[in-house]
Design a protein around this ligand. Structure first.
Ligand code: KIV
Length: 271
């Protein structure tokens, strides 16, 4: 099966009759293999700082870490487009820094696009990366990389000024050439209006059912991340509980000598 392209994602506006875009985060090759047949794109999100590395926020994850996980995911994903986050500190200083980081991520991971956070203030950066030939997925609304701690994650788009700001960010990123944009943690009517106004698809997370697609952190929707569950997450499974139960049974078996059985050993004559 051919891989979904950036242009195919870009054309998927629900208002024009398209089916909503399905996306989840992936950080490893085995998980990418499970998600790949069902998703239009996989995001190697810097949320892995919290979900995999136990950090308080998405800050503190390096480009080397993102590249290692990005490469693992592209090894597992055969049909979904793969997007890798540019981590905080690798693109904000100058367009030269941003283009170098974006090119490095694509070269080292074989991903098809990068994502970066920010609106009006990042428009020139998005334009520079796109001009350098690297497709960009924008990210507006709640910007986790700006938060010093988890308590600083605040819903965006509230009030006239809040709405005006997120709206301006959306237009700036679309005009700069992003092929789509994530809208995170933004009041529903604003996310809906942005979706109606911008020509490129919007991907909601804590945003609106009207968005052109949806994304969740896989570990959240699978019940694998117990530290904190945001209101916008629907849990489709409780795998954390299943893991605990399996490990409990394994530990009991080992302690009582029930595992391994001879059927798990080598050089044993079959009866
Ligand atoms: O890092 C991430 O996982 C993200 C998604 C939550 C959109 O940016």
């Amino acid at each position: 099966m051919a891989r979904i392209t950036v242009d195919e994602i870009k054309a998927r506006k629900v208002a024009k009759g398209a089916t909503p875009i399905v996306s989840l985060t992936a950080y490893t090759q085995p998980m990418a293999k499970f998600l790949d047949p069902h998703c239009d794109f996989l995001l190697v999100g810097d949320s892995l700082a919290m979900v995999v590395y136990g950090l308080e926020t998405t800050r503190g994850v390096t480009i080397e870490i993102m590249c290692a996980h990005g490469r693992a995911v592209t090894r597992g994903a055969k049909q979904a487009l793969v997007v890798v986050d540019l981590p905080q500190g690798t693109y904000e200083d100058s367009t030269t820094q941003a283009v170098a980081s974006a090119r490095r991520v694509i070269e080292e991971t074989d991903a098809q696009a990068v994502k970066l956070e920010g609106g009006v203030e990042m428009a020139a950066t998005v334009a520079a990366i796109v001009s350098a030939g690297v497709p960009v997925l924008g990210h507006i609304g709640l910007l986790p990389q700006k938060a010093e701690h988890r308590g600083a994650f605040k819903i965006q788009g509230k009030g006239d000024e809040g709405a005006r700001q997120v709206m301006a960010d959306a237009h700036a990123i679309a005009d700069a050439g992003a092929f789509a944009m994530v809208i995170e943690g933004t009041v529903e009517p604003v996310a809906r209006e942005i979706t109606e106004q911008v020509a490129v698809p919007t991907i909601g997370i804590g945003a609106s059912p009207a968005c052109d697609g949806q994304i969740l952190v896989s570990e959240d929707m699978l019940g694998l991340f117990a530290d904190f569950t945001p209101k916008f997450v629907k849990k489709y499974a409780e795998l954390g509980g299943a893991i605990e139960q399996a490990v409990k049974e394994y530990a009991q078996d080992v302690r009582k000598g029930a595992f391994p059985g001879l059927e798990h050993c080598f050089g044993v004559e079959k009866k």
